[in-house]
Structure formats: structure tokens, C-alpha cells
Write a protein that binds this ligand. Structure first.
Ligand code: SAM
Ligand code: SF4
Ligand code: F3S
Length: 472
């Protein structure tokens, strides 16, 4: 894999060309009796959700409107995730099922994009076994979607593959159609340079590249003017934001600048890498009133040998010291994390270290995964003597412990007043509204729909492992 030294921004003229192609395609579509229908299916993390907003914006510019029916769609685009095998298998299953929709509607266009699509092995498998797919492109080619669709129009059924770039670029001023609601994603950087030994992301998302603070601040101002109340800054490792810019700036300074934008809104961010998290970041979080007092700080393992084998760049003790510093600056901070169980070669005693960290830190919530070997990553080549059944037993033990901790943490909210953002309706008739605390805890409420999109004060009346219940 190449190591690009400099961040490359797509020239504005090239973006303009794409947007003109999109308008040409829209003219062709305008001649139809009804606008063409597109179905956008998204897997994976928030980064992919944000990319799908760009996909929808671009399709809209090309004259598409959206449907939730694969059967009636003229174009289906599947934005995929490669982080674990289960995520990939779900995608393969769904693409397989599309044979039938395409048979019923032969002119239907089927597109595979996103992280999974960036892998050569995936493009090859589509070529040999999924002949009904028309186009495969990776995250780096997203800005060229209009050109790719134009090529498709003259391809006469031949498969088009665009996964050439491996490092990635910065592409600005792409159309975007935001998902409705008071919360918005805002990508501040793409790619990852960390190469954790288990992780496919750096291989499919390219090198770290930051958007400039000017662009990010302009987006924040626009979102706030549109009435957005919560902005989540996205990057695989936001703590290394800005290192690649001509005028370097760190993430804490970016947070301070965003905090100074006028308006009543909450700033969230993810993900922070422990090796780059600093006391300065915690000080900044504590002093910026708009920044949510919540940090998602993936631990992965609580054992120092396993952490080294994972290439994480910190020890158990360093992680605990970081958490202690965060709690010192923000005594009520909400802490969440990611854990991988059953990394190749992990022993029962090493796994016990992870449980020990969970006991010591008392995370509010965890995202837990059983190790999934990803082809092309070093960890996939390591001997892995522990059986899947044994890993499942460890996993269940961890979940039981964390559920007790989460319940205890949640119960401590009962009787307190919390400021929440009401973000939408729930499926529960008893509590028709969903809201979140600044720490990201789900609070179920009764109240009128007119409150959706507003901050409000609630009293917490009950708590479970997963959520809180509140009264206005
Ligand atoms: N950049 C973030 C970080 O440094 O933690 C996370 C990115 S990754 C998309 C989200 C989570 O997926 C990781 O924190 C890790 O716990 C999990 N993950 C990544 N690769 C995995 C693998 N091969 N098997 C199981 N879980 C994995
Ligand atoms: Fe993957 Fe590690 Fe990069 Fe996170 S920091 S995306 S886990 S390589
Ligand atoms: Fe996200 Fe999955 Fe890609 S977690 S970065 S969509 S591999």
C-alpha cells in the first residue's frame, strides 16, 4: 500500500464538471413521464451514513426521487461496510436476492459501493458470481458518481469497476441530502493511519486527510441556520485532526472554534483514539459549554500484551490514567467504548484484564464484538487456538458484567433533572417520544409531537440497562 505524503483536494473545476454531468442526466430523466426512483441502502458506521447523504444529494441532482421499495426502484445503491464478516455476509445475501428484482425489471441499475466494494476480492466475486450488478465503486470514487452513471448509460450491460485509488482525496462542495431530524453528521476527516492489526478500515478508507477548519465552520454555521440542534463531528480518529493541513491545528482548537459559533446546539464527536487523546482535549471539552460531556474511547482490550499485538499504541495503565484524567476534568462524564473479544492468541487470563478495566472504569455503555478475521490484515494471519464457542462464553460473561454496570449507572439518574434533545417519535405507545441526554443516554418520554427537535428539561423517573424514562 502506498503512503501518500500530501493530502490531495479535488480541484473545484473537477467537482463542477461532475455537477454538470449530473444536470445533463437530470435533463434526460426530465423527459420521462415520471421521475426515476432510487433506493439507497446503508450499512456500517456513521461515516457511511454521512456518505449516503452525499449519495442521496447527488442522485437528487440527477433527477431521482427516493423509494423504500427495492422492487419498484430504477436504481439500487448499496453502501457497504467491511468491518466484520457478518456485515459482509448480510450484504452478499441482499445482493443475491436482487437477482429477482432485476429479473422482473431488467432495466434496473444495481450498484455496490462503500468500504466492502473497495476490496479487489469483492469486485472479482461480483464479476464472477453476481452478474446482475452494474457498477462497483469504493469510497474514494464517490465524488465521481455522476460520471460513473453516465458511463453506465453507454456500457451496454458491462460491469464498471472503480476502485483504483487507495489513499483517497478530499472532495468538497458535493450535494448532500440530510436525513430528517434535529441531529446532523459532519465529516471533519476521512481515512485512518493507525493500522490496528485487526482492522480493515485503513485499507479501504485510505490515509488520514482533514477538511480545513474554514470549511467545517461554514458547514456548522449552515447547519445551525437550518435549525440543527446536534452536530456530530466524524472521523476514525478525530484526535489526530489537522496534522496533515498546511496550517496545522489540533482537534481541541477546532472544538473551541466550533463552540464559539452562535446558536443553541450540542457538539458531539467520534471516534477518539486513546493513543492521541490528551489532557488538553479534556480541558477543552470541560470548558466548551456546547460540547457534550461524553467521550467514546475504544479500549478494544484491557490487556497490555493484547493491545500491543493489536498495534493500539497504549497500555492498560495508560488507558486507565486517561480515564482518570477525563473524570478529573468532567466528574459527570459519560464514557462509552468498543471491545473486541477473542483476538487471536488472547488467553483467559488476558481476557480477565478486560473485565478488570470494565470494573474499574464503569462505562455507561459498550459496543462489543467477537474478533472477525479480515483478509489482508495482520491479525487474520495469527494462530487463533480459542474456539468460537469459548469466545462466545467470554463474550456473554462480559455482557452480563456490563449490563449490571449500565443498569447501576442508569439508576443513578433517577430523581435528577436532565437537559435532553427530543429527536423523534418512538415505537412505544406508552412513551411516544425519544430523547437523548448530552451524554447520549436514551430517555423515553410522554409529550406532544410539537416538542420534537427541541431541547427541554426532564426529570428522570425510571431506568433500565438500555434506557431512562422521564417526565417533562
Ligand atoms: N476508529 C475507531 C477506533 O479507533 O476505535 C473505530 C472504528 S471501527 C469502524 C469500530 C469498531 O469495530 C472498532 O472499535 C472495533 O471494536 C470493531 N472492529 C474493527 N475491526 C474488527 C474486527 N476485525 N473484528 C471485530 N471487531 C472489529
Ligand atoms: Fe480501525 Fe484502528 Fe483506524 Fe480505528 S484507529 S479505524 S480501529 S485502524
Ligand atoms: Fe465504517 Fe464499516 Fe467502513 S465501520 S468505515 S463502513 S468498514
Amino acid at each position: 500500500m502506498s503512503k501518500r505524503e500530501k493530502r490531495i483536494e479535488v480541484p473545484a473545476a473537477d467537482i463542477q464538471t461532475q455537477r454538470e454531468i449530473a444536470k445533463e442526466i437530470a435533463k434526460i430523466h426530465a423527459a420521462r413521464s415520471t421521475p426515476p426512483l432510487a433506493f439507497v441502502d446503508t450499512y456500517g458506521c456513521q461515516q457511511n451514513e454521512a456518505d449516503s447523504e452525499t449519495i442521496r444529494g447527488t442522485l437528487r441532482e440527477m433527477g431521482y426521487i427516493f423509494t423504500s421499495s427495492e422492487q419498484e426502484a430504477d436504481l439500487i445503491i448499496i453502501n457497504t461496510c467491511a468491518v466484520r464478516e457478518t456485515a459482509e455476509n448480510r450484504v452478499w445475501g441482499n445482493i443475491g436476492a436482487l437477482v429477482h428484482t432485476k429479473k422482473a425489471k431488467p432495466e434496473q441499475i444495481i450498484i455496490l459501493c462503500g468500504c466492502m466494494a473497495q476490496q479487489e476480492s469483492v469486485a472479482k466475486r461480483v464479476e464472477t458470481s453476481f452478474r446482475h450488478v452494474d457498477l462497483v465503486f469504493g469510497p474514494h470514487a464517490l465524488w465521481r458518481l455522476p460520471e460513473l452513471l453516465q458511463r453506465l448509460m453507454t456500457a451496454q450491460g458491462r460491469l464498471i469497476i472503480d476502485i483504483s485509488d487507495t489513499d483517497g482525496v478530499i472532495a468538497e462542495d458535493l450535494p448532500q441530502e440530510r436525513t430528517e431530524g434535529p441531529a446532523a453528521w459532519l465529516t471533519i476527516m476521512s481515512g485512518c493511519n493507525n493500522f490496528c492489526s485487526f482492522c480493515i478500515v485503513p485499507h479501504v478508507r485510505g490515509r488520514e486527510r482533514s477538511r480545513t477548519p474554514e470549511r467545517i465552520l461554514a458547514d456548522v454555521r449552515r447547519l445551525v441556520a437550518e435549525g440543527v440542534k446536534e452536530i456530530t463531528l466524524l472521523g476514525q480518529n478525530v484526535n489526530s485532526y489537522g496534522k496533515d493541513l498546511d496550517e496545522p491545528i489540533d482537534f481541541a482548537s477546532l472544538l473551541t472554534q466550533i463552540n464559539a459559533v452562535e446558536g443553541d446546539f450540542l457538539i458531539r464527536f467520534m471516534t477518539s483514539h486513546p493513543k492521541d487523546a490528551t489532557e488538553r482535549l479534556f480541558e477543552t471539552m470541560a470548558s466548551c459549554e456546547k460540547v457534550a460531556k461524553h467521550i467514546h474511547l475504544p479500549l478494544q482490550s484491557g490487556n497490555t500484551r493484547v493491545l500491543a499485538a493489536m498495534n493500539r499504541g497504549y497500555t492498560k495503565e495508560q488507558y486507565l490514567a486517561l480515564i482518570a484524567a477525563a473524570k478529573r476534568h468532567m466528574p459527570n462524564i459519560v464514557l462509552t467504548s468498543d471491545i473486541i473479544v477473542g483476538f487471536p492468541g488472547e488467553t483467559a487470563a488476558e481476557f480477565a484484564d478486560t473485565l478488570d478495566v470494565l470494573e474499574q472504569v464503569q462505562f455507561d455503555a459498550l459496543f462489543t464484538f467477537i474478533f472477525s478475521p479480515r483478509s489482508g490484515t495482520p491479525a487474520a494471519e495469527l494462530p487463533d487456538p480459542i474456539s468460537r464457542e469459548e469466545k462466545q462464553i467470554w463474550f456473554d460473561r462480559m455482557l452480563t458484567l456490563q449490563n449490571e454496570i449500565s443498569l447501576r449507572r442508569h439508576r443513578a439518574y433517577i430523581g435528577t433533572r436532565q437537559r435532553v434533545l427530543i429527536d423523534g417519535k418512538s415505537d412505544d405507545a406508552r412513551y411516544p417520544l425519544k430523547s437523548r441526554t448530552a451524554g447520549g443516554r436514551l430517555v423515553r418520554l410522554t409529550g406532544p409531537d410539537s416538542l420534537i427537535g427541541q431541547f427541554t428539561e426532564v426529570e428522570i423517573t425510571d431506568a433500565s440497562t438500555w434506557s431512562l424514562t422521564g417526565q417533562l
